[in-house]
Design a protein. Structure first.
Length: 162
């Protein structure tokens, strides 16, 4: 069965261990700016929200990529970016409604969750269990969708206060 990341912002303490673990796994150094996940504090609510690619069923990032550098990994189900093909146009980051891809400050190309080859490092280091890697059952898909809707509403409220 396919697996998904399930984020529960109410459990996130803002420790950012997920960012450190991710950057260490992918970049071999602890540098949160290079993590494929990032934690955002919503000042209005005080919530910390781990932002990570939701591995959409029909990813808009794949559709907008002009060089077809974004594909689904058949083994893990992750939507991945081939950085050798990517030209750094940033359209994936611009069009993602969930802020999944972020830009690598070193090379200007996007960074996004690839599920660490099916064994997400962020999950292992998330002590409060705000990030879980679960079977993609209908119940878990509903939970993920509800969390995405809540996140979207928080962002809209935040933007409305600027």
């Amino acid at each position: 069965m396919q697996k998904i990341l399930l984020i529960d912002p109410e459990k996130c303490t803002g420790c950012r261990s997920c960012e450190s673990a991710c950057s260490l796994f992918h970049e071999k150094s602890i540098n949160p700016a290079l993590a494929h996940i990032h934690v955002v504090k919503m000042e209005t609510s005080g919530l910390y929200i781990p932002i990570v690619c939701l591995q959409c069923e029909r990813p808009i990032c794949e559709d907008v990529c002009p060089v077809r550098a974004i594909k689904r990994d058949q083994k893990t189900g992750a939507v991945v970016i081939d950085t050798d093909v990517c030209v750094g146009c940033r359209l994936c980051a611009i069009y993602c409604p969930f802020a999944g891809p972020r830009i690598n400050p070193k090379n200007g190309k996007p960074l996004k969750c690839d599920l660490c080859n099916g064994d997400p490092t962020c999950v292992k280091f998330c002590e409060p269990k705000a990030i879980q890697y679960v079977d993609a059952t209908q119940a878990n898909m509903i939970k993920r969708k509800n969390a995405a809707v809540r996140f979207s509403e928080l962002v809209k409220n935040l933007l409305g206060t600027l």
